[in-house]
Ligand binder design. Structure first.
Ligand code: MG
Length: 334
């Protein structure tokens, strides 16, 4: 992908010291395993639809739950095992594996625990702490903390779902959170490619704001003149009106140059709803949710390879509307 910006970066909403994290939990679908979205979803949709049709169900809604062993095992083997040394299987990469976690209930209820005791997925009820090297079904966040002897801030959960993965884990268990946003790479590249036009748009908007501010001052002076007050430079009402008319023409002209760039900016990445993280010059609803729930976010789990487990991921200084760099030109010049 041709992009000058770091599409494989890890972006920080809140400073996170990876060195202080003692355990990392990973979601599976769309977090550890990525799919060719269109063909994968289409196949899954057709398969489920056919199953429901044969069972005589109406076909209005499909709901996919958290992965069960019979699904997760073959997918993880397919995605990981061919790329590991022969002596390793995907299961060796994790201390404890929990399937069918039923998030978000996993974080809020003391869900029962079963151990998966053989390759066919036979279950046995389990009591007591979770042990490394075993596969479980169900369980809950409190049991994970007790089994590992760790408290919330020592655990980081990495997932792709804004609600079930990062919102609940942070608000209920106070775990540190990382969100995988696969679309981020395309978003960053699209913004990067649009940079020259965005600079043009900003310059035009700045000129327009200055002209609009000038127009407002002239309008006020004209009103004062009409009421019999003296204007500051002694301009007559005719002079003021002539200047206003000239400025108005220039504003209309600049608007016609702004409109196509603003429209193209709103159609970046997707011609119907534009960028994922922005709405015009504002943050999108999704961006605000990510900001409040995910400590860090990135496009792929593998991006952590570049930062090592000891990284101090520092958030940048947040901006506020009254910060000098955020003020419109007309205000910041005063
Ligand atoms: Mg997922």
């Amino acid at each position: 992908m041709n992009c000058n910006l770091d599409i494989r970066g890890i972006f920080c909403n809140r400073t996170l010291n990876l060195n202080a994290i003692r355990a990392i939990g990973y979601d599976m679908d769309y977090t550890l395993v990525h799919y060719r979205m269109r063909s994968w979803e289409q196949r899954a949709y057709n398969y489920i639809k056919e199953g429901l049709r044969q069972a005589g169900w109406p076909l209005d809604a499909l709901v996919f739950g958290n992965s069960e062993w019979s699904y997760a095992e073959p997918i993880m083997s397919y995605a990981f095992d061919p790329f590991l040394p022969k002596s390793l299987k995907w299961r060796d990469l994790f201390d404890i594996i929990i399937m069918g976690a039923r998030k978000p209930d996993f974080f809020t209820f003391p869900m029962p625990v079963f151990e998966v005791v053989n390759a066919e997925g036979l279950l046995r009820q389990h009591r007591g702490p979770l042990s490394p090297g075993h596969v479980y079904l169900g369980a809950n966040a409190q049991l994970v903390e007790e089994s590992l002897g760790l408290s919330g801030e020592e655990l980081m959960y990495v997932g792709d779902h804004i609600f079930t993965d990062v919102n609940i884990s942070k608000s209920i268990s106070r775990w540190r959170t990382a969100l995988v946003v696969r679309e981020l790479e395309d978003e960053i590249a699209a913004v990067d490619q649009f940079k020259p036009r965005h600079a043009e748009l900003s310059a035009l908007m700045e000129s327009k704001e200055q002209m609009a501010s000038q127009y407002c001052s002239l309008r006020l002076a004209a009103l004062r003149s009409q009421q019999g007050y003296e204007t500051r430079d002694g301009a007559t009402i005719q002079e003021l009106q002539r200047k206003m008319s000239e400025l108005h023409g220039r504003i209309v002209e600049i608007d016609s140059r702004i409109a196509p760039i603003a429209q193209a900016s709103g159609q970046l990445l997707n011609k119907n709803w534009g960028l994922l993280m922005r709405t015009g010059i504002d943050k999108s609803h999704l961006a605000r949710q990510i900001e409040s729930n995910a400590d860090i976010y990135t496009a792929r789990v593998s991006n952590f390879l570049h930062v090592t487990p000891f990284a101090f991921l520092r958030s940048s200084r947040g901006s506020l509307p009254h910060d000098p760099e955020c003020l419109p030109a007309v205000y910041s010049q005063k």
